[in-house]
Design a protein around this ligand. Structure first.
Ligand SMILES: CC(C)(COP(=O)(O)OP(=O)(O)OC[C@H]1O[C@@H](n2cnc3c(N)ncnc32)[C@H](O)[C@@H]1OP(=O)(O)O)[C@@H](O)C(=O)NCCC(=O)NCCS
Length: 168
């Protein structure tokens, strides 16, 4: 039997992105077919300017997931998670949860926020599970309603999920 056929899938490594990762973050977002796909430029900008509040995951050197976030300028103790995605082949192994845990650890944030559509059960479970692991409250409120989106680019309401306090 070929040795490669029994080699276990290596545990993904996590790192803050560099400019060289921007295009891969865009690819993972595109392939998710769920996330709003922004321009490549936006991911390049993110990889340069918000690297310390973002992470990429790699298996065998290939990017297979990312989380992008920022500390809110008016509330720097709040980590806003903008996008998180894992390639289909790497899902269901706890990778997204690891990305969130590692990102929270990498910042001094005591609150984590994100927005999720009602229909995204995987994402709702991901963040609920994060709150449980951290012994934090999870509050869900309206943020971007359907009325905030223009008629020629309609979108589902995005509910704000606010998780606090994160122990420091
Ligand atoms: C959401 C996403 C990042 C989860 O990635 P993942 O690595 O498979 O997630 P994990 O393995 O860390 O699972 C986290 C939790 O979510 C649950 N979960 C994962 N996929 C699920 C699904 N399709 N339905 C319901 N629950 C799901 C897991 O069981 C786990 O729950 P637990 O902690 O109670 O065991 C991935 O499905 C994805 O990339 N989706 C497309 C992009 C997206 O929707 N991003 C979020 C936008 S807000």
């Amino acid at each position: 039997m070929d040795d490669d056929s029994v080699r276990p899938t290596p545990r993904p490594t996590l790192a803050h992105p560099t400019l060289a990762d921007g295009a891969d973050m865009w690819r993972v977002a595109r392939d998710s077919a769920v996330l709003d796909l922004n321009s490549v430029y936006a991911y390049l900008l993110w990889a340069r300017d918000f690297s310390s509040t973002s992470l990429v995951a790699r298996i065998d050197g290939r990017v297979c997931g990312f989380v992008s976030g920022y500390l809110r300028p008016d509330a720097p103790g709040t980590l806003m998670v903008w996008q998180i995605a894992v390639d289909a082949a790497a899902r269901g192994t706890g990778l997204a949860g690891r990305l969130l845990d590692a990102l929270a650890d990498a910042t001094s944030a005591t609150t984590l926020e994100t927005t999720i559509t009602e229909a995204n059960a995987a994402s709702r479970r991901l963040f609920a599970s994060f709150a449980e692991r951290h012994g934090a409250e999870l509050d869900v409120t309206e943020l971007f309603t359907a009325a905030h989106f223009p008629a020629d680019a309609p979108a589902e309401a995005e509910l704000l999920h606010r998780i606090s306090p994160l122990a420091r």
